[in-house]
Ligand binder design. Structure first.
Ligand SMILES: O=C(O)c1cc(=O)[nH]c(=O)n1[C@@H]1O[C@H](COP(=O)(O)O)[C@@H](O)[C@H]1O
Length: 252
């Protein structure tokens, strides 16, 4: 399947150029406890080959300034705060996030259709010219059957991902965060334009860490993933730029 052309809502594809470069598939998770570390790492990376993600740890430590600094370095920024709240609060948080100039923002799909629809509507009021993608988190890639059973969900991760992805689609969002293990199933159900953002990506020689539903970068794209979220295999590598480059080459 050629999954390089879709998911380019932000106009990043230049006709005739290498889509892996004009629409970089790798999103590097900058999971650091201060902005100096995050920006030092980002400056070693090439914004034409990867995007970056600011998650809860970095945002809690460094706030919106680090997001703006990464945008100034020409990175597309995925602000991963996984909002989950009453519809009004979630919607306002999503709009505020979008106004920072980010490329992608996410909410927990388990917040339900009313919450997600309100978030989508609020996003449309944002003055961010990039028109950020709004993505629903399904089942975290660190979770397996037993974790779901403990929280009262008596479905397999794949069944629960599908149920939540249906709600995301119904709410008009751009796609989901899921494991690449579920990408083939979701690509088949929702078509080429539905964005599949897949963390839990591990090159063959990497430790799985706390992740459970893991897939290699090449396999993930072959299974229909749109974007690969990769943290520790790059950020904790001896040479993060080289680690990123090797992954980039493995998927070209
Ligand atoms: O929303 C996310 O980005 C996310 C969802 C999910 O289901 N699993 C998941 O690992 N993530 C994030 O993806 C990144 C994965 O990092 P590594 O495990 O170091 O590659 C972390 O920043 C997680 O917060």
């Amino acid at each position: 399947m050629d999954n390089s052309a879709p998911h380019t809502k932000n106009g990043n594809v230049t006709s005739g150029s290498d889509p892996k470069i004009s629409d970089p598939k790798i999103i590097v998770a900058l999971d650091f406890d201060n902005s100096n570390k995050a920006l030092a790492l980002a400056k070693k990376l090439d914004p034409s080959r990867c995007r970056v993600k600011v998650g809860k740890e970095l945002f809690t430590a460094a706030g919106p300034d680090v997001v703006r600094a990464l945008c100034d370095l020409q990175f597309d920024v995925f602000l991963d705060l996984k909002f989950h709240d009453i519809p009004n609060t979630c919607a306002k948080a999503v709009k505020t996030a979008a106004d920072l100039g980010v490329w992608m923002v996410n909410v927990h799909a388990s917040g339900g259709v009313r919450m997600m629809s309100a978030a989508k509507e609020a996003l449309e009021q944002s003055n961010n010219p990039k028109k950020p993608l709004l993505i629903g988190v399904t089942v975290l890639t660190s979770m397996e059957d037993q974790d779901l059973h403990q929280i009262g969900v008596n479905k397999t991760p794949a069944e629960q991902v599908l149920a939540l992805a249906d709600l995301v689609n119904q709410s008009g969002l751009d796609g989901v965060v899921c494991s690449a293990e579920e990408s083939t199933m979701l690509r088949g159900r929702f078509g080429e334009q539905f964005c599949l953002v897949t963390p839990g990506i591990r090159p063959a020689d990497s430790s799985s860490d706390d992740q459970r539903r893991i897939v290699t970068p090449k396999q993930a794209l072959a299974q229909g993933s749109s974007y690969l979220v990769i943290g520790r295999p790059i950020t904790q590598a001896e040479d993060p730029a080289l680690a990123c480059q090797k992954i980039f080459e493995s998927i070209c």
